[in-house]
Design a protein around this ligand. Structure first.
Ligand SMILES: C[S@@+](CC[C@H](N)C(=O)[O-])C[C@H]1O[C@@H](n2cnc3c(N)ncnc32)[C@H](O)[C@@H]1O
Length: 187
C-alpha cells in the first residue's frame, strides 16, 4: 500500500505545486530516489541540484539517474546542504526537498545533524522563490534521537506567518516514533 509511505505523501504534495522547467534542490540525495523524482518534475528545461556528504551516496544516485535517463538534468554535489547558499542564489528555487536521517542501507552513524539541518533549512528558505515550497521528512527515535526533530520543529513554529505557511502532517495511529512530513510554502 504505497499511500502509507512517507515519501509517497511528500512527493504528492510536491507534485501538486511544482512548475515544469523550474529549479529544484534535493538537500539530502542519498540513493537518489528523490533526485530522480524531482528530475521527472523538472522536465527537460528544468534543473536539479542534489547534495550529500557521502561519496557512496553520489555513486548510487549517479547510477540511478543514468538508468532513468536523467544524468544531464541533475548536478550532484559532494557537500553539506548547510552550504547550499554557495550554489544557489536567494529567491531562485521552486522546490527544496529534505529527507533527514541516515543513508538507507548505509552507515547509520553518518546522519543529518541538528545544527547543520537548521542552517540548511534557514538558507533554503532564503533560496526559495516567492510561491516556492519546501518538503521536510523528519525522523526521530532509534538511531536518530530526538534533538534534530525538536530543534527543527521549534524553528519552524517560530517562522513569521506573514512570510510562510507551515503545515505539519502526522501519523496518529502508528507506534515507534513515525516520521513527520512538514510542508512549508513561501508567500
Ligand atoms: C534519509 S537519507 C536520504 C534519502 C534519499 N533522499 C533517497 O531518496 O534515497 C539522508 C541522507 O542525508 C545525507 N546527509 C547527512 N548530512 C548531510 C548534510 N549535512 N548535507 C547533505 N546531506 C547530508 C546522508 O548522507 C544520507 O544519505
Amino acid at each position: 500500500m504505497k499511500q502509507s509511505q512517507i515519501t509517497y505523501w511528500c512527493h504528492e504534495v510536491i507534485r501538486s505545486q511544482a512548475p515544469k522547467g523550474g529549479l529544484y534542490v534535493d538537500a539530502t540525495m542519498g540513493n537518489g530516489k528523490d533526485t530522480v523524482f524531482l528530475c521527472g518534475l523538472a522536465g527537460e528545461e528544468g534543473k536539479v541540484l542534489a547534495f550529500d556528504i557521502q561519496a557512496c551516496a553520489l555513486d548510487e544516485a549517479k547510477t540511478l539517474l543514468e538508468r532513468e535517463g536523467y544524468a544531464g538534468r541533475a548536478r550532484l554535489i559532494l557537500d553539506g546542504h548547510e552550504n547550499m547558499d554557495q550554489y544557489v542564489q536567494d529567491g531562485t528555487v521552486d522546490v527544496i526537498c529534505f529527507n533527514f536521517g541516515y543513508l538507507p542501507g548505509g552507515d547509520h552513524s553518518i546522519s543529518t545533524l541538528p545544527q547543520t539541518s537548521l542552517a540548511a533549512v534557514s538558507k533554503g528558505l532564503s533560496a526559495l522563490k516567492s510561491g516556492g515550497m519546501m518538503s521536510l521528512c523528519i525522523y526521530s527515535g532509534k538511531d536518530t534521537g530526538f534533538e534534530e526533530k525538536e530543534c527543527l520543529m521549534e524553528y519552524l513554529k517560530g517562522l513569521p506567518a506573514k512570510d510562510f505557511t507551515v503545515i505539519e502532517n502526522k501519523y496518529l495511529n502508528r507506534g515507534n516514533h513515525p516520521p513527520s512530513p512538514v510542508f512549508l510554502f513561501k508567500r
